[in-house]
Design a protein around this ligand. Sequence first.
Ligand code: C2O
Ligand code: CU
Ligand code: CU
Length: 561
Amino acid sequence: MRIAILLSCLLVVQFSAKAQYNTLWIPDTLSGTNFNLVLKDTFAQLRTGNQTITAGVNGAFWGPTLFVNKGDVVHMNVYNKLNDSTTIHWHGFHLPAVMDGGPHQIIPPGTLWQPYWKITNQASTYWYHPHLHEMTQEHMTKGLGGFIIVRDAEEAALLLPRTYGVDDIPLAITSRRYTTANQFVYTNTAYGDYVLTNGTPDAAVNLPKQVVRLRILNAETERAYNFGFSDNRTFYVIGNDGGLLNAPVSVTRLKLGVGERAEILVDLSNVAVGSSLDLKAYNSGQAFGFPGAEPGTSGEFGSLLNNKDFTVLHINVKATTAKPVTAIPSTLVNNTYLTAADASVSRSLTITGGQPAGNPFVFDNKAFEFNTINKTLDVNTTEKWTVTNTNIFSHAFHIHDVQFKIISRSTGAVGQYESGWKDVFYIAINETVNFVARFADYADPIHPFMYHCHFGNHEDEGMMGQFVVKGTTSTSDVANPLNYALFPNPANDRLYIQLADENAEVYYVTIFNTNGKAVMMLPQPQIQQGFDISALPQGAYSIQIMEKETKAVSTKKFVKL
Ligand code: C2O
Ligand code: CU
Ligand code: CU
């Protein structure tokens, strides 16, 4: 008996000495209505030996978590200090297309892009990430991205854990493949070999002995996750991509495809302080088509993690906090979901492959073309979309501008765990998924929104299409191009424009330096407030103003003191 205890102690010691964990990095937070995001090429120490060349937002890998309130107008100051052009997309948000940060809102290096919009999304976990066509996989692999957490009154009224970093933990889960010199591989690779949880390899976190909330994002290129806990405990899905569910849904496993988020509650009150458990990917034994089920360990579709169960987060249970949440709520919020009967337009999309040659995965036999608008929708219309996968693999379908409701899956019932507001869904081989969405508020005949597979490699290879939302107003009789005056000129910190025609609307303002390089890009600026040019170096500039209806541009010069 004593020998057995001694032996098991030795085994435990040996095992824990072998498992080397690093403290989970909790991204810094920014809150308010004005957010400064600086994109930079940098380095991170992710492995022993060489540092890895990365890119981050205000840091070395990934970026700060932005806390925003429903109803607020938020202003983003995105300063691209990378050596490359990129874009930053606000994934999951309902906003004007020109603010969306899709492939058309390119931010050249050295340029400040200043989109803003009113938060109308419900409390949930969203994210921002780069979206430059054919560069998305590379820019995301380097580490660009971050969480956006929306708060609202309905969520605030519930007894839920919400102390960030203590009982409310964001988890961006991804994996990377490295060269022998510790550099990221981002070509001809669908899967990483090593997990990164918030950029931390072999991550461990201390969590209190009580109900905790995990906000999980699948931030992979292609891999799907079948999450569960090492003791097979039940946990509770409380939120989907775009909001809380009507009531918690109890599960022991939860699948998340790329781009999907879930908020879960885990009750740790039955775990002894000082003991541990793991959040794991139970990815072994999945059917072909589950991304990461492929058997190989190397090559484009192989990985050291494929077809395996592996740990994504080691959890050490610590003492209960002063004000713990101790129960799983029985109900959450009252959602009024869209139904098929609400839709006045139906359209379908087919996931195809092989046509045209060279694009393995496309929509309707047509690869993405930058200047082709695939669909034109009417604003304030509710539509039913039918997506059919005739393809040889599964995908993660995502659409911009809206949160939708999945109404049916041809392979069976829609899971309770995905019964809420969604902006991404997993679609299996030979499956048809129907969803209903309302394309409200924002019309723009020029800037499109995207729909695409969220696998970074698939979207870069052309598995993407675009739609414009058409308005109902007739074209204006505004003078074209705009007549306006600039003042003061020279200007010190604020530059104002005075429009000759007060009915005219400015669609876009771009400020160029004398080399013709864009230094500031201001979509639909609020011109009464002027433009903050205090960060520009002294010198001569030109300002280009685009009129909203005609998109005609006119240019004037000014001097910054
Ligand atoms: Cu998360 Cu079109 O993107
Ligand atoms: Cu998106
Ligand atoms: Cu795909």
